[in-house]
Ligand binder design. Structure first.
Ligand code: KG4
Ligand code: ZN
Length: 334
């Protein structure tokens, strides 16, 4: 079964052709990062316009690279939300036009479920159940995946998402957007014990997260150092901040996996590209007897292949959408 998938929830225009939910025949990603970088973050209106300019060409490229035509496609998958309303509308209108024109079934995909499904592409034998830590620019969730489409939401951020905290701290350090990958790089050469930043675990039993206090602690540290005329070692701040985020993410992910009796933890979302997170998770793999899985970097950040995978698994479980499908910018994780 061939799925044509479209992802336009934020600043990547992406189209993919995915076979049977796991095999990527093409995954074209046109990033707008260079355009948004000069504004220090994504400008929604600019993002929508760029998606409109690019989408048809990206779809053509995805079909060409997969060596197929519209006639070979069996299913259309598209991100329904969460995301920027104008950006999502470009993808969903295009997907509906294709589904209507070719008389194909269409599936509206939850973007966050898409991030999880990137792991089905990467790990061909991966099957639910598993514990999943989803860390992206807009969301931080701990979930138990009971099946390909049934997810039990157990923890979430109460304020900033993990990626958002990376980006905001990076900005305060004078680094460009998106700051996550730059902090990751600097952290490798910095001293993670140079500065103590708080680890916020919340109530004993809670699987929720909170990163805004940590972000404020970093900002206060930088302001005080500036006022006192002290040198700021950017690498040390990056490493110390990153470690404070990772300690909490990793601790809670393992705690949930053990509580659920999971033998694997799957990591997903843009921050799953973080090498510090990957190695800290892996450092506990043996002693805990829990496998750690994550997608390759290109499948961690936004891409249409993961949406194609999620669309396929929803379709085979009978969760078809119709042409009344509309965007849901604040779609929850379910
Ligand atoms: O999943 P994603 O592409 O978009 C959303 O759905 O939000 O995630 C983007 C986020 C950004 O905050 C970016 O800074 C972060 O992922 N990110 C990273 C790394 N690569 C991307 N954060 C930390 N370390 C990285 N290597
Ligand atoms: Zn995303």
């Amino acid at each position: 079964m061939l799925t044509l998938a479209i992802e336009t929830s934020c600043d990547e225009t992406s189209c993919a052709v995915v076979k049977d939910g796991r095999e990527v025949l093409s995954n074209i990603i046109s990033s707008q990062i260079e355009i948004h970088r000069k504004f220090g973050g994504v400008v929604p209106e600019v993002a929508s316009r760029k998606h409109i300019e690019n989408i048809n060409q990206i779809i053509g490229q995805a079909l060409d690279e997969a060596n197929v035509t519209f006639k070979d496609i069996d299913l259309v998958g598209v991100t329904q939300g969460p995301g920027l309303v104008g950006a999502l509308l470009v993808g969903i209108s295009t997907a509906k036009a294709i589904a209507f024109g070719l008389d194909l079934p269409i599936i509206g995909v939850n973007h966050i479920q898409g991030h999880v499904c990137a792991n089905y592409i990467e790990h061909k034998n991966l099957e639910p159940p598993f514990t999943c830590l989803i860390v992206s620019g807009g969301h931080t969730y701990l979930v138990q995946a009971n099946s390909y489409t049934d997810y039990e939401l157990i923890g979430r951020t109460r304020d900033d998402a993990a990626g958002e905290a990376f980006d905001k701290v990076a900005r305060a350090l004078g680094l460009s957007y998106p700051g996550g990958p730059l902090i990751d790089k600097l952290a490798k050469v910095g001293n993670k014990e140079a500065i103590y930043f708080p680890r916020v675990f919340l109530e004993d039993s809670s699987y929720d997260f909170s990163f805004s206090g940590l972000k404020t602690a970093v900002l206060n540290y930088l302001n005080q150092a500036n006022q006192k005329g002290e040198d700021i070692v950017v690498e040390d701040v990056a490493a110390s901040f990153q470690q404070a985020v990772l300690d909490v993410l990793v601790e809670k992910a393992f705690r949930l996996a053990k509580e659920k009796g999971s033998d694997k933890i799957v990591i997903a979302g843009g921050v799953a590209a973080n090498e510090g997170l990957r190695s800290l998770m892996e450092s506990r793999e043996k002693e805990e007897g829990i496998d750690i899985l994550y997608p390759s970097k290109v499948l961690c950040t936004d891409n249409a292949a993961m949406i194609g995978s999620a669309a396929y698994f929803n379709y085979i479980e009978g969760k078809e959408s119709d042409l009344y499908l509309n965007v849901i910018p604040n779609l929850d994780f379910k």
